[in-house]
Design a protein around this ligand. Structure first.
Ligand SMILES: C[S@@+](CC[C@H](N)C(=O)[O-])C[C@H]1O[C@@H](n2cnc3c(N)ncnc32)[C@H](O)[C@@H]1O
Length: 319
């Protein structure tokens, strides 16, 4: 975190970001757990494990994960609250990824789905490792609307999300993740009826099946209430697509690099169970704060009336 909880930063009026305030660390740290011996599911369900993943893996139960979402440090130099992750060669990064994927296999149910995030530099290593252990079903390209400008290279504006399954029998709910898209050319058939689109007070739209290019999701920014100080926070809308498509009510979603808690928070909002692991105490505490807020606010920006809205298109301003 950029700011310890006893030194609140002065916020701009439109800044709705969530941070820890005085007393929060003490309050939320009490809800975190640390594993000392092999756990059973009931001990870890709906909990945040505040510990090094490599210590945690041998203590996790067998066969409990329906959906595994992995958002590891990407293969670049990045500072997570004074813990530095260093860029590695393609092979070294692949070895590092494999060092937690392989021992986690026993924790997956046979019909589990697995999503792994990376940028273009991480993806070669990810593909090599994932194809060794899973059926690689797809690589989703997420076009973020924000990227760092550069005078010497193309702006880095996309991330990859690899979608894998353990076998050919797995959950996939395409109807739950339809995109509400504006229709630019509203053709009609010979009877004058709309061809595959509907009219609304906001113009013609069509509900389409989601493709492997996601360009309707912005990274959290400071005027969004889901935003925190975490440097690489994933948007709730992105997790909502993955959780709705690849799990059912009551399923267990596991995130071994939980960060600010997006996966657990969205799992809770969508009626799933969750378990997350995060090394850093401040990030784990902000997760608990977000989980508490989710008890009274189940909204997910950009997901409204059961559909995903194109960027900046929702009349209720929830995108
Ligand atoms: C890319 S971030 C995940 C961000 C998260 N998806 C979110 O929405 O906030 C990776 C996280 O993994 C944590 N991490 C790194 N190494 C870890 C380890 N060995 N065990 C547990 N957590 C670790 C970092 O502190 C960081 O918060």
């Amino acid at each position: 975190m950029k700011c310890p909880d006893n030194m609140p930063k002065k916020k701009a009026p439109m800044n709705r970001s969530l941070s820890l305030i005085k007393g929060d660390t003490l309050k939320y740290a009490e809800r975190l757990i640390v594993l000392k011996k092999k756990a059973v599911v009931i001990e870890i369900i709906d909990k945040t494990i505040n510990q090094d993943l490599f210590q945690v893996i041998p203590l996790l139960p067998d066969n409990f994960i329906d959906l595994l979402f992995i958002d590891p440090p990407y293969n670049l130099r990045k500072n997570f609250n004074n813990k530095l992750f260093r860029e590695k060669s393609i092979n070294e990064y692949a070895e590092w990824i494999e060092s937690f994927i392989e021992p986690m296999l026993r924790c997956l149910k046979p019909n589990a789905s697995v999503y792994v995030c990376g940028d273009w530099k991480s993806s070669t290593s990810l593909h090599l490792v994932l194809s060794k252990y899973f059926i690689v079903k797809n690589r989703i390209t997420w076009e973020r609307d924000k990227g760092r400008g550069s005078h010497t290279n193309w702006k880095n504006n996309t991330e990859d999300i690899w979608f894998c399954t353990r076998n050919r029998d797995y959950t996939f709910n395409p109807e739950s993740v339809k995109l509400k898209r504006k229709v630019l050319a509203p053709y009609r058939d010979n009877n004058g009826e709309p061809k595959d689109w509907k009219n609304s007070e906001n113009g013609a739209f069509r509900l389409t099946h989601a493709s492997n290019i996601w360009n309707d999701i912005s990274i959290p920014f400071w005027s969004m209430p889901e935003n925190t100080d975490h440097p690489t926070q994933k948007p709730e809308k992105l997790l909502a697509k993955i959780i709705l498509a690849s799990s059912n009510n009551g399923d267990i979603v596991f995130d071994p690099f939980l960060g600010s808690g997006t996966t657990s928070v969205v799992a809770k909002k969508l009626g799933r169970r969750f378990v997350g692991v995060e090394l850093d105490k401040s990030y784990a505490c902000i997760t608990e704060k977000r989980l508490e807020l989710a008890e009274n606010d189940g909204s997910i920006q950009g997901f409204y009336e059961g559909v995903f809205w194109e960027r900046n298109s929702n009349p209720k301003r929830r995108v």
